[in-house]
Design a protein around this ligand. Structure first.
Ligand code: APR
Length: 259
């Protein structure tokens, strides 16, 4: 193990109640683009004000719906990388492991981790704009999106309002139950792992601050520094798919030794 990985493993060695907070970088190694990486991030190629707000959807529903349909299709068949499976494995070993993710791709659940808090919703949880009636994504499977990427959203069979993706857009509140669960988990955990987030989007960025304020260790895994890096116990400059399996292997063997 390198210096940082050793430090991360040492800091988390005694944990029994671990909260994991993940962002777009967690899925990068599975091939999903992040938002803010300078060359490959979605927001370096697209303007979020034109795609990720309710106003944008109302102004140009076909462009916004087509873009999300395309993103949903890209993530639908993606396999979770070994870092995802490592977290699922770690859950078996600890008394308690809760994942709060800002990601909308559903990869934590695909990797079999059951206790997931989806703070920013799920791409696949299509629903209608006005009433929130759920819409079966199976009906969208066969749609061919034209070259220009625009596709008119279907109408809700119950109320006729347009169908939107199940993500939280800028300016919208996070789902109340997710917030309640995540903030309770931050109170209850004895340590936190923060993986692949730029830690600048609130309220999710507040979660590590809660854990730091109560004096518990926080470990960050991210190839580049973030505003959180200087505050945490260990900031490990590594990719999620490399760091997590190594960390989990170490934690499990350390736990096995004391049992
Ligand atoms: N492993 C771990 N981290 C990585 C990797 C990797 N392989 N590749 C990149 N990263 C890091 C980047 O260094 C960056 O700090 O992942 C982070 C991704 O940051 P953002 O693109 O800002 O994603 P995130 O923090 O999840 O964004 C929060 O902003 O636009 C909204 O709703 C969107 O949920 C998103 C929110």
């Amino acid at each position: 193990m390198t210096g940082e990985s050793r430090q991360a493993a040492d800091v988390l060695a005694g944990t029994r109640r671990l909260m994991v907070v993940t962002g777009a970088g967690m899925s990068r190694d599975s091939g999903v683009p992040t938002f803010r990486d300078s060359l490959t991030g979605l927001w370096s190629q697209f303007d979020p004000q034109e795609l990720a707000t309710e106003q944008a959807f109302r102004a140009n529903p076909s462009r916004v719906f087509g873009w999300y349909l395309d993103r949903w299709r890209q993530v639908r068949d993606i396999e979770p990388h070994p870092g995802y499976h490592a977290l699922t494995q770690l859950r078996e070993w600890l008394d308690w492991l809760t994942v709060a993710t800002q990601n909308v791709d559903g990869l934590h659940a695909t990797a079999g981790n059951g206790n997931i808090i989806e703070l920013h919703g799920l791409l696949s949880a299509f629903r209608c704009l006005d009433e929130g009636h759920p819409y079966d994504s199976a009906k969208l499977q066969e749609i061919r999106v034209p070259e220009d990427g625009a596709f008119d959203p279907p109408e809700c069979p119950q109320c006729g309002s347009p169908i939107r993706p199940g993500v939280v857009w800028f300016g919208e509140a996070l789902p109340a139950d997710a917030v309640q669960r995540a903030w309770s988990a931050a109170d209850e955990c004895d340590s936190m792992l923060v993986v692949g987030t730029s830690s600048i989007v609130y309220p999710a960025a507040e979660l590590p601050e809660i854990v730091l304020a109560k004096g518990c260790p926080v470990v960050e895994i991210n190839p580049t520094a973030t505003p959180l890096s200087g505050l945490v116990s260990v900031s490990w400059r590594e990719r999620a798919a490399v760091a997590l399996p190594a960390l989990v292997e170490h934690l499990i063997s350390a736990t096995a030794r004391v049992q």
